[in-house]
Design a protein around this ligand. Structure first.
Ligand code: ZN
Length: 132
């Protein structure tokens, strides 16, 4: 089964914790074991797993990405959002998470983040839940 999570981002760079939305989809599917594939069908956004307990971690990641990939640079792409495309590739467009006992098998401090690099926009995260 394929499900979508719709997201409306509010700023150009923004990480949105979608862990609880993913868990809700798994609960609704009634699946106890399997794989949750999270896919972002956009070229200037991505998905990553990192610490959700301390919001400073996400800020540090965003700040570091912006230092590594500045908004202005010698880019060829004429849309003016090349930094967002590069950041999206660094983050990656999918994550696979094991489902065990009806729960996402994440570490204690881990959360799943949708990564916006060219907002604000309406975005979609596509989720495929595969049962054992
Ligand atoms: Zn572009």
């Amino acid at each position: 089964m394929i499900k979508n999570i719709n997201i409306r981002t509010k700023s150009r760079n923004e990480f949105v914790d979608i862990t609880s939305e993913l868990q809700t989809l798994i609960d609704e599917a009634g699946i106890k074991g399997g794989i949750c594939l999270v896919y972002v069908p956009h070229t200037t956004a991505g998905v990553t797993i990192n610490e959700g307990a301390d919001p400073s971690v996400v800020k540090d990641i965003q700040n570091t990405l912006s230092k590594l990939v500045p908004r202005e640079g010698h880019y060829l792409h004429s849309e003016g959002n090349s930094d967002a495309h590069v950041k999206a590739t660094l983050a990656g467009s999918s994550q696979s998470i094991i489902i065990d006992g009806g729960k996402l098998l994440l570490g204690t401090w881990q959360s799943v983040f949708f990564c916006e690099f060219d907002g604000p926009r309406h975005r979609r995260v596509t989720v495929k839940i595969v049962s054992d």
